[in-house]
Design a protein around this ligand. Structure first.
Ligand code: URA
Length: 215
């Protein structure tokens, strides 16, 4: 099993202080995994046990992995931001009373930059043979804002990726080497867009095919 050192986790926790986020979930998986999966950020359920993708989206993700003969133990699972970004909203109870509660939201660019050193560290040390980004947040963290999951999903890309360069104004710069990436949709996307399901299933079959070819 690979886990980022506490010093890197502490750096991430410090850099994200002051943003409306809570908790911290480590990426986890083998040091030499079949795949590295990059999601968005943990949600409410992930914070409870500190395990990535154990909520409803996680169940979908495990089903997708199973279609290509993989389990959670075979893959390194991480996300673009490690703390749960939240917003306050009101929820109407059955009896009509309104309560204030936290809802998940996508991370902002500032939060993504705050946790960039964590993903950079994992990419440099886990050295995945293949990366699968889940949704636009992870995809754009690696390939820039112009990359769109609706255009690139299911394709094997071999490109430089972005990393945080502290020496150059803490901006994102491009790596010298290429990485192999297959973007696909976030597993939660099919809850609000069920018409994506056939594409998502086809993407996973393609991921399985690419992995076989790499062996
Ligand atoms: N979405 C993510 O990106 N990561 C999780 O752990 C859960 C949902």
């Amino acid at each position: 099993m690979f886990r980022i050192p506490e010093s890197i986790a502490d750096l991430g926790k410090k850099r994200i202080e002051g943003f409306p986020v809570e908790g911290f979930v480590y990426g986890e998986g083998p040091k030499v995994p079949e795949l590295m999966l990059i999601g968005e950020a943990p949600g409410e359920f992930e914070l409870v046990d500190g395990i990535p993708f154990i909520g409803r989206a996680g169940k979908e993700l495990m089903k997708s992995l199973a279609t290509i003969g993989l389990t959670r133990e075979d893959v390194y699972i991480t996300s673009t931001v490690r703390s749960r970004p939240y917003r306050w909203g009101t929820k109407k109870e059955r009896d009509g009373t309104q309560i204030e509660r936290k809802y998940n939201r996508p991370p902002t660019q500032k939060e993504i930059l705050a946790h960039a050193p964590l993903l950079d560290y994992e990419l440099a040390n886990v050295k995945p043979k293949l990366i699968v980004t889940l949704g636009n947040i992870g995809l754009q963290r690696l390939l820039g804002k112009e990359a769109k999951v609706t255009e690139l999903h299911g394709q094997l890309l071999e490109r430089p990726i972005q990393y945080l360069n502290e020496l150059e104004d803490a901006t994102l710069n491009w790596t010298a080497e290429n990485y192999k990436i297959v973007p696909t949709f976030h597993p939660a996307s099919i809850f609000y867009r069920p018409s994506h399901r056939p594409s998502l299933e086809a993407d996973w079959l393609e991921i399985g095919r690419v992995l076989k070819e790499m062996k």
